[in-house]
Design a protein around this ligand. Structure first.
Ligand code: FAD
Ligand code: 6V0
Length: 328
């Protein structure tokens, strides 16, 4: 057995779930991410004095193992329950839609969870891995600048399926599985109002043309900042149809749809932002848990291996760590 560390590409919840478990089992890990910080689709955006959850809005916990870890995160101060005043909108009709579902958010921002998991694990940010190849004994990673990283004993790829497919070239069967997963885009828009909107809506499931979901970000626990902030998510279909639209045009269209939907006057926002998530969610759930070629030492995990939600991504990371440890 070699002392070379395990490389993990991706510091979203899946990669960090695996990293933490491997680290706790005494394995050395080295993480890489193309972004400047951890979180992936659970990242939060800093805006002036506050922050916004532009990707994941909340998460539910149905699996026992995930429920246990979420309670641990709550005890650590990284997560808390969010009980929004919920509505739904169908055919332009807004109506209350309360339910009993427990919903969780990171505190004070969604990214607090991945930051907590990362802690002081070794990580290289702003490093897009473009090639993963195996020599006689060890793995080497190559980044977009052409620089090499290694040697590594094993590699875990924890990125969205379309990006994973290219990095799994050394294991064509795994690459083919990843390539078979279609992922849908989501346009996200944030609006900040200087004066709070006069509505009791804090979250709304929408089934109209453009929008899919709206949330009063400011209503989540631990959020500060002076603006009344809202996050609007377009439906997959609308996002696909408007994939190449400019940010300004997307803000205008979704702001218009929001103003039509909400039951109050919507003044001009003091702040706007648009973000395009190209690989927001798999078109359907899968039951792979994680992909593994133990002989080679190449593994993959991510939300696309399971439910396409935070819970699925975390469970997939657990499963990849379990498989890897089992094969050491
Ligand atoms: C708009 C939106 C709303 C959502 N809402 C919810 C919700 O309300 N509830 C819920 O449960 N889930 C929600 N989700 C889904 C949830 O965010 C994901 O299921 C989960 O965060 C996926 O985690 P992951 O670790 O698998 O992938 P990611 O979070 O995508 O992490 C992958 C990481 O890999 C990095 N990366 C990619 N390619 C490379 C490369 N070549 N080299 C280096 N690094 C690379 C990325 O920068 C990223 O940090 C939402 C997603 C989006 C986009
Ligand atoms: N925009 C994106 O890219 C993504 C959005 N995601 C959303 O993240 C959420 C996560 O799902 P779960 O954890 O199962 O959460 P959940 O149980 O709150 O919601 C699941 C789905 O059930 C419906 N629903 C739930 N509660 C209500 C209600 N009170 N009134 C009306 N409809 C309701 C609604 O359609 C919702 O999308 C879902 O809303 C997904 O649509 C998940 C992944 C990506």
């Amino acid at each position: 057995m070699s002392n070379a560390p395990i490389a993990i590409i991706g510091t979203g919840i899946a990669g960090l779930s695996a990293a933490r478990t491997l680290h706790d089992a005494g394995q050395a890990v080295q993480l890489f991410d193309k972004s400047r910080r951890s979180g992936g689709r659970m990242a939060s955006k800093t805006i002036g004095s506050g922050t916004l959850d532009l990707g994941t809005q909340y998460f539910t916990a149905r699996d026992r193992r995930f429920t246990e870890i979420v309670h641990q995160w709550q005890a650590d101060g990284w997560a808390d329950q969010w009980s929004p005043s919920l509505f739904q909108s169908r055919d332009g009709q807004l109506s209350p839609s309360t339910d009993e579902q427990l919903r969780w958010v990171g505190t004070p921002t969604m990214s607090a969870i991945t930051q907590g998991l990362l802690d002081d694990l070794p990580v290289t940010f702003s490093c897009r891995i473009t090639d993963v190849f195996r020599g006689e004994e060890f793995w080497t990673l190559v980044d977009a600048t052409g620089a090499s990283h290694g040697p590594f004993s094993q590699v875990i790829i924890a990125v969205p399926a379309p990006q994973a497919a290219a990095l799994l070239a050394a294991a064509p069967k795994l690459a083919a599985v990843a390539a078979s997963v279609a992922m849908e885009p989501t346009w996200a828009v944030a609006l900040g109002f200087a004066t709070p909107l006069e509505t009791s809506v804090e979250g709304c499931f929408v089934r109209d043309d453009a929008l899919d979901w709206i949330a009063r970000d400011h209503s989540k626990p631990g959020r500060d900042g002076s603006l009344d902030t809202w996050v609007l998510h377009a439906s997959s279909q609308w996002s696909r149809q408007h994939i190449d639209l400019s940010r300004e045009a997307v803000i205008e269209l979704l702001h218009g749809a929001f103003a039509e939907l909400i039951d109050c006057v919507v003044p001009a926002p003091a702040f706007t932002l648009a973000h395009r998530w190209l690989y927001a969610r798999p078109t359907q759930p899968h039951e792979w848990s994680a992909l593994a070629d133990p002989g080679l030492g190449l593994y993959a995990c991510g939300d696309w291996c399971l439910s396409g939600r935070v819970e699925g991504a975390w469970l997939s990371g657990q499963e990849v760590a379990r498989k890897l440890l089992e094969n050491l």
